[in-house]
Design a protein around this ligand. Structure first.
Ligand code: ZN
Length: 347
């Protein structure tokens, strides 16, 4: 098939889909004539197809959750850390700076006063700088990423709305990494707004699913087929009986009846056979434990991280996640020095 023919077919399918969508929109709104809401109080959304209304409801729930999930403070305090000779080493958080000062390893050294503030005060101003009392063995933040001021905005779109930490290598993997691949590796934790976080999180989840599937993981649970069918039948009869065709109801009731008889529940509950499809009996069927956890189950994240043996393995794995992050968001506000090839291991 030529490229042009295949494009033509795609167009045709798309047009048909649009027509189906329109038909379903018309059938979902009995009085809808296509001229807008019937009255001023009538909501446009009532005339939308059910799958779009479901998406809208989902989106509303997400919007509600965002303020709760957002960071309460800022992610970057951008406190400058100097070596005793005054050379800049890196930017650190206010919490880390306070830790150095509290341990007697550094003093606050704010550029506007050029003096040590041993008492930890600097008037009403926030501290911006500390100076170490010792010469560090290694300049552990050689890269310009470590020294760069980092803005508290979404690295993708620049928004300051609902800021959230985003783990470029998913947290489920990162938390299983050896210490040297996660400690002092703030490079792979960035700030995203709620919207970009959601978008990138979905891409990452799908990628995790594909990676973990390639390890052929054993299912976490073993299902008992019969108990599973009993539970499904009871759920359907309890919640959807009014929507199920009569012939199907007969089938489902037989599944329940056979099971209830085998379990000897009829005598136990002293219920006449014609009334076994009551809520208490159906609920009892729903509550049956239809699955057991496999004793040799290994979570997918563990299989993935255990497969990383050498530094090169980690390097490839982490850099692929960075690339995936770039591809899914095309971020425009990354801190200076952020780089896919940034070292993956701290010394
Ligand atoms: Zn954003």
């Amino acid at each position: 098939m030529t490229f042009a023919v295949s494009i033509g077919l795609v167009g045709l399918v798309f047009q048909r889909k649009r027509k189906r969508k329109k038909d379903s929109q018309d059938s979902n709104s009995n009085s809808y004539t296509g001229d807008g809401p019937a009255s001023v109080n009538d909501d446009w959304s009532n005339h939308l197809p059910s799958h779009i209304r479901r998406e809208q409801a989902k989106e509303k729930r997400r919007q509600k959750k965002m303020p709760l999930l957002a960071m309460k403070g800022v992610m970057y305090d951008n406190i400058t850390m100097l070596c005793p000779k005054g050379t800049e080493l890196s930017k650190i958080s206010a919490k880390k700076a306070k830790w150095y000062v509290d341990k007697g390893l550094a003093s606050y050294y704010d550029s506007d006063k050029h003096e040590n503030n041993e008492d930890g005060t600097n008037g009403n101003k926030k501290h911006t700088c500390i100076k170490l009392h010792f010469e560090p063995k290694k300049r552990w933040e050689k890269s310009c990423y470590g020294k760069a001021d980092k803005e508290n905005v979404c690295v993708s779109c620049g928004s300051q709305e609902h800021p959230m930490r985003f783990y470029i290598v998913p947290y489920a993997y990162r938390t299983l990494f050896p210490r040297e691949y996660k400690s002092h590796m703030s490079h792979d934790v960035v700030l995203l707004c709620g919207r970009c976080h959601l978008k990138c999180g979905q891409v990452a989840q799908e990628r995790m699913r594909i990676i973990e599937e390639s390890f052929n993981p054993q299912g976490r649970y073993q299902h008992d087929e019969r108990l599973y069918k009993v539970r499904s039948a009871a759920l359907a009869l309890l919640n959807w009986r009014h929507k199920i065709p009569e012939a199907k109801i007969v089938q489902l009731e037989k599944v329940i009846k056979d099971f209830v008889e085998d379990m000897g529940w009829l005598e136990e509950e002293s219920i006449a056979s014609e009334s076994i499809y009551t809520e208490p009996i159906l609920q009892k069927c729903i509550d049956v434990e239809y699955r057991t956890e496999s004793s040799d189950y290994i979570p997918g994240a563990q299989l993935v991280v255990e497969s990383l043996q050498t530094e090169e393995d980690f390097s490839i794995f982490i850099r692929q996640w960075r690339q995936s992050f770039m591809d899914s968001l095309h971020p425009r506000y990354l801190p200076q020095g952020w780089d896919i090839n940034h070292p993956v291991r701290s010394d």
